[in-house]
Design a protein around this ligand. Structure first.
Ligand code: ADP
Ligand code: MG
Length: 446
């Protein structure tokens, strides 16, 4: 492969949002047939940079060269025309539709619709085979796994003729098995001449698959280097800007009395089928209980039952000896159970609300946030300021809408709020999804 040929060059790109410089004079190059990783912590500016390359944002300064020629990418259509495709963090698929329908959606039929569809289906099948995607063109999106849905997004870009593929945190939503398969697909893509930009903060994946890496921290490029000759420790340090230890010093935990006691819990899931069948477990003070399993085996229903969002059919739940099966979410929360939810968009935050309001979602009615039925914004603001400082939530201000925060900082906001309540038991549902898993298994010194 002619890696010497540069297919994308971003030169001195600057992008400002109110209160923040998301990209500060960023330059980087992608060679043909190369997998180039963009590494950075949450909020570093990776997605912004790629949204610029895909035409979703316009840079305030700087220029872009595609195959050596200056390009003004004023929208995704222009990006697609230039052979750029993007697999987003959140898929943009229409659920009741089939794979082929989703892929065709938005492309102009040249002949009749039926002929168009038949041709498209053949093309989808061909591409799927060529790159080892193994996608059923006739399945509906509802029927296929998240990993398969992502492959449909990949097919969509290929169908539109992409030679340059951008993957934004693609492994965040995948199981370990699916991650392996995706890495295989990426290898097959570059082997056949495609070039890939991979956004990630997972060092293991970068070491396994990338040819080179550009490290971004707080909007600035820290370094750009080939993977051969670097190591995870060096990358981690460049990413966070301080020394890190890759070893985890874990003290033996000292567990105390039983704090959460679940006995013979039966909970019905969708369609009235038993999602939990006489489940029993205990959590002791000072211990972390891990619940492992393939998604869809009752984990979500367990969390919903524990937090009062789903009726308990039979069995008991006791927190510090208080029976809580079937109690209201507010009562359970007041009894000392906190949740870092799996879907932070649906359950963790109200995206239209400001950060300060999100910090008191479950406590706004209590003193000091409310007094005689009125909200006390002075106390609410002070509380929010303290939490964002203590937990390093990167937001321009406490008045910023939650939706403007990067995913990782939204997560931090939830963690800050839930931990600050000082709960008896904290449930963390897939807390590392879309998160710096490389770092969650590192202890950071300093
Ligand atoms: N549309 C937007 N409006 C305001 N601020 C934004 C917007 N998009 C991103 N930001 C801010 O820009 C910074 C970089 O975000 P992002 O590019 O999403 O980071 P990353 O992808 O590296 O996690 C963050 O502080 C984020 O809050
Ligand atoms: Mg991002």
């Amino acid at each position: 492969m002619d890696k010497a040929k540069t297919v994308v060059e971003m030169r001195e790109i600057t992008k400002r949002f109110p209160g923040i410089v998301a990209n500060d004079n960023v330059s980087f190059k992608l060679g043909k047939g190369e997998i180039h990783a963009l590494l950075g912590e949450n909020g570093a500016g990776k997605s912004t940079l790629m949204n610029i390359l895909f035409g979703l944002y316009q840079p305030d300064e700087g220029e872009i060269l595609i195959n050596g020629e200056r390009a003004v990418i004023d929208g995704p259509n222009k990006a697609i025309e230039l052979g750029i495709g993007m697999v987003h963090q959140h898929f943009k698929l229409v659920h009741p539709f089939t794979v082929t329908e989703n892929i065709v959606l938005g492309t102009e039929p040249k002949k009749g619709l039926a002929i168009h569809y038949k041709k498209a289906r053949e093309q989808v099948e061909k591409l799927s085979k060529q790159y080892g995607l193994n996608v059923d063109p006739d399945a509906t999106i509802d029927e296929i796994s998240v990993g398969m849905q992502q492959r449909v997004e990949i097919l969509k870009t290929l169908y539109r003729g992409a030679d340059i593929l951008i993957f934004d945190e693609p492994t965040a939503v995948l199981t370990p098995q699916e991650i392996e398969e995706l890495l295989g697909i990426m290898r097959s893509l570059v082997a056949q001449g495609k070039s890939i930009i991979l956004i990630t903060h997972k060092l293991k994946e970068i070491m396994a698959i990338a040819d080179s890496v550009t490290i971004i921290r707080r909007g600035k490029v820290i370094d750009s280097l080939p993977i051969a000759g670097t190591n995870p420790k060096e990358l981690a340090e460049k990413m966070v800007g301080r020394e890190v230890s890759l070893k985890l010093d874990k003290k033996k935990s000292e567990s105390g009395d039983t704090i959460l006691d679940v006995k013979d819990l039966v909970v019905k899931g969708r369609q009235g089928i038993k999602a939990l069948n006489e489940l029993s477990f205990q959590v002791r003070r000072g211990e972390i209980l891990g619940i492992a399993g393939v998604e869809g085996n009752g984990q979500s229903e367990l969390i919903e039952a524990l937090t009062g969002l789903r009726p308990v059919h039979s069995g008991t739940i006791a927190l510090s000896g208080q029976p809580l099966a079937g109690a209201s979410p507010r009562r359970i929360s007041e009894a000392g159970l906190s949740l870092i939810p799996e879907d932070r968009h649906k359950h963790g935050l109200v995206l239209d609300f400001a950060v300060r309001e999100n910090m008191v979602l479950e406590t706004y009615y209590k003193e000091p946030f409310a007094k005689r039925g009125f909200l006390n914004f002075e106390a609410i603001d002070k509380h929010a300021e303290r939490l964002i400082a203590e937990f390093d939530v990167r937001t321009p201000t406490i008045f910023t809408e939650a939706r403007a925060l990067s995913g990782g900082n939204q997560q931090k906001a939830i963690i800050a709020r839930e931990i600050d309540k000082n709960p008896e038991v904290l449930i963390a549902a897939q807390p590392t999804r879309g998160w710096t898993s490389a770092l969650s298994s590192l202890s950071i010194s300093g």
